[in-house]
Write a protein that binds this ligand. Structure first.
Ligand code: MN
Length: 422
């Protein structure tokens, strides 16, 4: 399935004029899938093109695009039925949509919806959510802060993609407001814990991989299969309560500190759209076991930017980094996840783990950017160590080559903690 084809042709233009602007996230070479509605109507499947949306649900109803043959796959308001189809059908559908939108020979009678008039929804039914810890820079920073700078990485880290099973129920689409969580807190001087609003509310800049092709229980997958089994990718902010985490995480790992919210961007950028931007993993410090050895470049060159805007204030860039730094690719995470015989399902979401680069302005969490509160960040009208109520955090991402592949926004605003706990 891998490889470049005419849908990647940089010379291809669209009759949708806004898709030909050099700074658009959604040129004809991107064609990300999402879910939208207009005026509170039914949820439809769409593909973003420039500042417009192609309504695939309408095309399927009209018999112009029938990826499922006689079975409708664009009528459920989520991408899962389409993602469950064979990988060859994903490619054929992308090719068909590209042809419909082509400036030469496309179908200019196609009706489009302006993105400005549409509400975007969670694009997938999230079957399960697993979160990883796969950036060596991030793991080294956290280990240096809380353990020992000379032995920052745990002994297992260079051999195994570390992860935990998260909460699918609180994965939300960009734009959904996020309540500051309440939880058990205990400072080092406190004799007993208290209960109240988190005081160290943080972001985690991540990329989410969406599994399309399942593997049955008991049947592991190879690295090559795992790469192909991923349907696409979204930007992710895995909101985290650092103080709740500190008290609760031993011995079974994070729980409520990570369970309250995870935001994802509304457009799923397909694995196929990212094909021209593949990058090899960083050099291995220790040789990985054979089942974790990749024969193809499974990382991507994706520039990532995080902005923080105080309530009523202007956004400030607080981080610039790139996904290519990740030590373990999403494909390797999927290999490891299935290696025990764990069934991975259509709609499973794998969080990359916080994406940090080598320099202080490329760290993907406020924990690292402020070095656990030691070095406050300058933002419009003040400074921050962690998030305050009213703050809006926006993640953007894009690949830049002969054309630009963008992900849209992944944004969320912090609301005060709900009253609870007496
Ligand atoms: Mn995370």
């Amino acid at each position: 399935m891998a490889g470049l084809n005419e849908t990647h042709d940089p010379a291809r233009k669209s009759w949708v004029e806004s898709a030909n602007a050099p700074d658009t996230d959604f040129p004809i070479q991107n064609l990300p899938f999402g879910v939208f509605s207009v005026d509170g109507g039914a949820r439809c499947i769409g593909v973003a093109i420039g500042d417009m949306i192609v309504d695939l649900t309408a095309l399927e109803e009209a018999g112009k695009l029938t990826p499922g043959g006689s079975i409708k796959v664009f009528g459920d308001g989520v991408l899962n039925p389409f993602m469950a189809l064979p990988q060859a059908v994903w490619s054929e559908t992308r090719e068909a949509i590209s042809k419909l939108l082509d400036a030469e020979g496309g179908d200019q009678d196609l009706s489009l919806v302006a993105q400005a008039d549409a509400e975007l929804h969670l694009p997938i039914f999230v079957r399960s959510f697993t979160d990883f810890y796969a950036s060596k820079e991030h793991a080294t920073n956290v280990g240096s802060m809380f353990r020992d700078p000379n032995n920052a990485l745990m002994p297992n880290w260079l051999h195994i993609p570390i992860g935990y099973n998260g909460r699918a129920s609180t994965v939300v689409v960009s734009g959904t407001p996020i309540h500051r969580p309440n939880g058990q807190l205990k400072g080092p001087q406190d004799e007993v814990p208290g209960f109240g609003p988190c005081r160290k509310l943080d972001i985690e800049l991540e990329l989410g991989a969406v599994v399309g092709t399942p593997n049955p229980m008991g049947q592991p997958v190879t690295a090559a299969q795992a790469y192909d089994n991923i349907f696409g990718y979204v930007l992710m902010n895995d909101w985290s309560a650092r103080d709740i985490q500190t008290w609760e995480y031993q011995p079974l790992g994070p729980f409520q500190s990570k369970a309250f919210a995870t935001s994802i961007s509304p457009w799923v950028v397909t694995r196929e759209a990212l094909e021209p931007f593949r990058k090899p993993a960083p050099e291995r410090v220790k040789q990985l076991l054979p089942y974790l050895q990749e024969k193809t470049p499974n990382n991507f060159d994706i520039d990532l930017v995080v902005e923080l805007a105080p309530d009523g204030g202007k956004p400030s860039v607080i981080c610039r980094t790139n996904y290519k730094y990740m030590y373990y690719s999403s494909a390797l995470q999927l290999v490891h996840h299935a290696s025990s015989g764990c069934a991975m399902e259509t709609g499973d979401l794998l969080g990359s783990g916080t994406i940090s680069g080598p320099t202080q302005d490329s760290f993907g969490s406020m924990l690292e950017l402020s070095w656990n509160g030691r070095d406050p960040l300058e933002v419009d009208g003040g400074s921050r160590t962690f998030l305050e109520d009213g703050d809006t955090v926006t993640i953007t991402g894009s690949c830049q080559g002969n054309y630009r592949i963008g992900f849209g926004d992944c944004a969320g605003k912090i609301l005060p903690a709900p009253e609870f706990g007496g």
